[in-house]
Ligand binder design. Structure first.
Ligand code: CAA
Length: 259
């Protein structure tokens, strides 16, 4: 049903693959529109609780925004493309589902920005990362100047963006750009194993924790702490809170179902 995406569902996990093999999964407007539509379809579903984002094929996660589409674009078209990507990538950040980037190769420009929009990044040992935009006479436009600085600190973000240096998975791990590095052939299994572990916890509580972390990072500490207190209170109204705590006291496995 999508031209530029592959979507596979495994129980409560949806695996969304960017599928533009001829351009190493570069993101054109049509792909961004489909990604936005796909995520909009998933975010209201209760039966899908984790989304894994990856790139089709053996070599590339996403090699960036599509340069052949941008080469003749006007400033207004550039802005529209940026806002379209921001809408789609923002969904990954805001949706109640946990989002995991399975970075299976090149994560360059918009590819690194897509990975950074996910809650967690797992990289194949063959993956590489860069923000090469300044070498093309533009700057990162799918959130890179904001999310890279938040993830790895402003000094490292400035160095990566100004030099356009490409770094390997180990270096990305060292600076905190990715959560873990696994052998290439084990990437999806590792992401599914992480998803299964998260799914064994209270999905509603996880979604409240996600919201608290993301929203809190965009505000001051005092407001973030108040938000945490409100979400903590919301979790006290759930079936899972009753079940989780009673199961602990009764020394049995909890049956957590809320989302
Ligand atoms: N846009 C359009 N086409 C791309 C592309 C991109 N971002 N990346 C790769 N391709 C195309 C190539 O043009 C090539 O097409 P043809 O077969 O028709 O020639 C095909 O994919 C395969 O690429 P290469 O032959 O270059 O493969 P390689 O293995 O030698 O090199 C690479 C791989 C290092 C990823 C190299 O393709 C490359 O540097 N790509 C561009 C990376 C880049 O600059 N990304 C940032 C884009 S700007 C951006 O993302 C802005 C933003 O903030 C959103």
């Amino acid at each position: 049903m999508f031209e530029h995406l592959l979507v596979e569902e495994k129980g409560q996990i949806a695996i969304v693959s960017i599928n533009n093999p001829k351009s190493l999964n570069a993101l054109n407007s049509a792909t961004l529109t489909e990604l936005n539509d796909c995520l909009a379809g998933i975010e209201g579903r209760k039966d899908i609780r984790v989304v894994i984002v990856t790139g089709a094929g053996p070599k590339s996660f996403v090699a960036g925004a599509d340069i052949s589409e941008m080469v003749d674009a006007t400033p207004a078209e550039g802005r529209a493309m940026s806002l379209l990507a921001m809408e789609a990538f923002g969904r990954l950040e805001k949706m109640p589902q946990v989002t995991i980037a399975a970075v299976n190769g090149f994560a360059l420009g918009g590819g690194c920005e897509l990975a950074m929009s996910c809650d967690i990044r797992v990289a194949a040992d063959t993956a590489s990362f860069a923000q090469p935009e300044c070498g093309l006479g533009i700057l990162p436009g799918f959130g890179g100047t904001q999310r890279l600085a938040r993830l790895v600190g402003e000094g490292r973000a400035m160095e990566l963006i100004f030099t356009c240096d490409r770094i390997d998975a180990q270096e990305a791990y060292r600076i905190g750009l990715v959560n873990k590095v696994v052998p290439k052939d084990e990437l999806i299994d590792a992401c599914v194993a992480m998803a299964d572990k998260i799914l064994s916890k209270g999905s509603y509580a996880v979604s409240l924790a996600k919201k608290s972390i993301h929203t809190g990072l965009d505000t001051d500490l005092a407001s973030g702490l108040l938000l945490e207190a409100s979400n903590f209170a919301l979790s006290f109204a759930s079936h899972d809170k009753q079940e989780g705590m009673r199961a602990f006291l009764e020394k049995r496995k909890a049956d957590l179902t809320d989302f």
